[in-house]
Write a new protein. Sequence first.
Length: 606
Amino acid sequence: MDYKLAAQGVLENIGGAQNVVSAAHCATRLRLVVADNAKVKKAAVEEVEGVKGCFEAAGQLQVIFGTGTVNKVYEEFVKLAGTDASATKEDVKKAAAAKAPWYKRGIKTLGDIFVPIIPAIVATGLLCGLLGGLARLFPGMADSHFFHLLDMFSNTALTFLPILIAVSAAKIFGGNVFLGAVIGMIMIHPSLVNAWAVSGGAQTADLWSWGFWHIQNVGYQGHVIPVVVAVLLMSTIEKKFHKIVPEMFDLFVTPLCTVLITGFLTMTVIGPVFALLETWVLGAAGFLISIPFGIGSFFMGAAYAPTVVAGVHHMYNAIELGMLAETGKNIWMPLATASNVAQGAAALAVAVKTKQKKIKSMALPASLSAFMGITEPAIFGVNVRFMKPFIAGMVGGAAGALVASITKVFATANGVTGIFGFLITTESFVGYLFTFVVATVVAFVCSWALYKDPPVVITVKSPMNGKAVALSETPDESFASGTLGKGVAFIPEEGAVYAPADGVVETLFDTKHAVGITATNGVEFLIHIGVNTVELGGKYFEAHIKEGDSVKAGQKLISFDMAKIKEAGYSLVTPFIVANSDDYEFIKIGELGNKTLKDSVFELKK
């Protein structure tokens, strides 16, 4: 593979170097931020050698090359584009985020806050699920000291979730992470009545009273958004104090004033207001997916994948964490799994059914990735590209989500879907298995039924410098009638024939007046120099190749003496035909007239 040629092909089809804002690469993809998306020709990018898919996500144009290839293409790309080779994925993400609309930036910010704490939730949630399964298998084990110790481990992350969120949010908003931790601690201070205890009937009292405004002494266990807003306020206040407080007093004044102001406003305004709003949001989400007979879940299973395409699926992290913090049961995750594995199954159907090697090599690994919970390659690289598989995935996601709702599947963590989701759904394993299977089967069957390979259009270059005329002008009825195949004829201006494409020389007549080539794309070409020139017995012809040789497009095949052939009384009209014309839906003859080796003469559609 020519890495420089691949990089050049990508660059040319995304609007050139002047349209590149930033570039980086990950293990498999070239990640680009472009100035004007209208200049990007995705279909042309996908035809570049080595490209396995091209899609846009999170404000980035992502071009899939695969492991071991992408880094080499990237090296050539930055040379051609003049892009800073030291750019990282984070640099590209920042450049992409700067172009995004405000609501997408907000949703991305939520994702940036919650994603880093997912390992903590997964670790404790997985332990919680395993303990639940063990308790059912071995009832006596739940009374052991060892079990109680592990049980304490399993609920630690959710118990102190506001502190985890506060630390992560402080990092994102540019505040002091330890001050952020203090704000999180204030919100779940032991002096406050535990929110989960209140839901169980514990008594509360006024923490603050001002006119009609009465604030209860209740902690914020089970809440997510109030913590984020409180730390945003804290970070803003801290930055302001750093600017206005003299440096010699900054160490004392800024932390003190920041905590006092933020703590007071959090406990009296931000906490109560945003806790209520969050309760409404969670209530709406819970209501939607608990509509009888799984109707709400059905529609959410269908709608989940489009939200991934829109890049707003990060908002589900807040919903899932809220559910876990409030009840310990994440009933949103099974819907995500249904959608993800359905998109994977739809891509798998494409991989199995397609006859095009490039599509198969792209669809198969993308589908496997989706079954593991990473859906972007399947969605953007395959399903959205052909659309019908994407719709099939939505149908499968809806069916799987319906099953999840009816069987009451839930997870004990978030951030994990697909096959690995079995680890955090041990308490509803059978329901999760049914969800997985139904989503997979329905999506695969629908995708198989709907998908058809896109037509392959092959552009054929001229095999010589000369004037292209209609094949019917050939003074030989077998060629002129198209009996031997469709194509054009040439009146040569130069005594040489060149390979019209990469391929193998299948036939070279002893008389050297005709050559047959099978191109790498399967097209079988026949180039017949002159009419009845077989009678010359090879005189005035010189072959530069032999049967079985591999040739490159533009490589000289045969030389011939035009003047002497004419003197001998033979026509030089040269038929150029597709010997396997019946394999193609149509052959579109281009504009006739003068042609060079760089010019196309006709197109084939298969």
